[in-house]
Design a protein around this ligand. Structure first.
Ligand code: PBE
Length: 275
């Protein structure tokens, strides 16, 4: 560091929702405490953020319960959200000295999405309905989805079929590519506002492959010991968001090109959490 070292480092992954949530947390901390926050956002994917948290380079960032369970802890997916939370909280405490704070309310699951017109024409409602045409379909998703156990490798095993071709996309470009017919199938994030904007539909995960992915603040225990007030400050976000609200906030950034920081601030103002 050049100059004064900040009290806290908050991080995020490289997509709008992660940045919006991380700004909400940072703003609340700055509003309610005297702590200085360094927003070191867009660190990269899950494993980069997780590594930085465990090494102490980062104090907190928003993560998702299902991601922690499957991609970080390599445990099999389970369907019950509370059970996922409990398993993750216990393992993070034991293995990483990280505390998982209560969920913010949104469940941002990966979801297989197709154009509405195509789903209607081919009568697709469930992921299983893609089975017979899968080898003619072009899929597009993030490199993280292509590699994670709760992504394509697991999906193939669980459903027993593969797509003809799958190409890597930047998360933010998938929706337009699907909407414009450059790809047929994407692994959307269920809280993304562009699902509706590009007239895509989410197919039902009829064989329950994906776990619940509730957004939670992950905080180093050492940080919470040093600044116990953080628990209450961040607790103001507990249960505060739902998927519909989150889709709208995400769309402010992804569709209307506003800054994640401004969108986060506006939400906190509206909720009366900052002045
Ligand atoms: N998700 C959906 C991904 C991205 C959004 C929560 C499954 C994740 O970051 O883990």
């Amino acid at each position: 560091y050049v100059g004064t070292r900040p009290d806290l480092v908050v991080s995020s992954k490289s997509f709008s929702e992660s940045m919006i949530l991380a700004h909400m947390m940072s703003d609340l901390i700055e509003e309610n405490t005297d702590l200085t926050v360094d927003r070191r956002f867009c660190l990269g994917g899950t494993m980069i953020c997780h590594g930085a948290l465990v090494s102490g380079e980062v104090d907190l960032y928003p993560e998702y319960t299902g991601t922690a369970l499957t991609a970080v802890l390599h445990q099999p997916a389970i369907g019950d959200p509370d059970e996922v939370f409990d398993k993750v909280a216990k393992a993070y405490h034991e293995q990483f000295a990280v505390e998982v704070l209560p969920p913010l309310g949104i469940n941002n699951t990966y979801a297989i999405a197709v154009r509405r017109s195509m789903a209607k024409a081919r009568r697709w409602e469930d992921i299983s309905d893609l089975r017979d045409s899968a080898d003619e379909l072009l899929a597009g998703w993030t490199s993280e989805f292509a590699e994670r156990p709760d992504g394509y490798p697991g999906l193939i095993k669980h459903y027993g079929f593969e797509f003809g071709e799958a190409i890597d996309f930047e998360a933010s470009l998938m929706y337009e590519a699907a909407g414009k017919g450059r790809v047929d199938v994407i692994a959307a994030y269920s809280t993304d506002g562009r699902i509706d904007a590009y007239d895509l539909v989410l197919l039902e995960d009829d064989r329950q492959f994906f776990p619940p992915y509730y957004a939670v603040p992950m905080v180093r225990e050492a940080t919470l010991e040093q600044y116990p007030e953080l628990r209450e400050v961040l607790g103001q976000l507990t249960g505060r968001l739902d998927n519909q609200t989150m889709q709208r906030l995400n769309y402010e950034v992804d569709g209307h090109h506003r800054s994640p920081r401004e969108v986060a601030r506006e939400f906190l103002l509206k909720e009366g959490l900052v002045q």
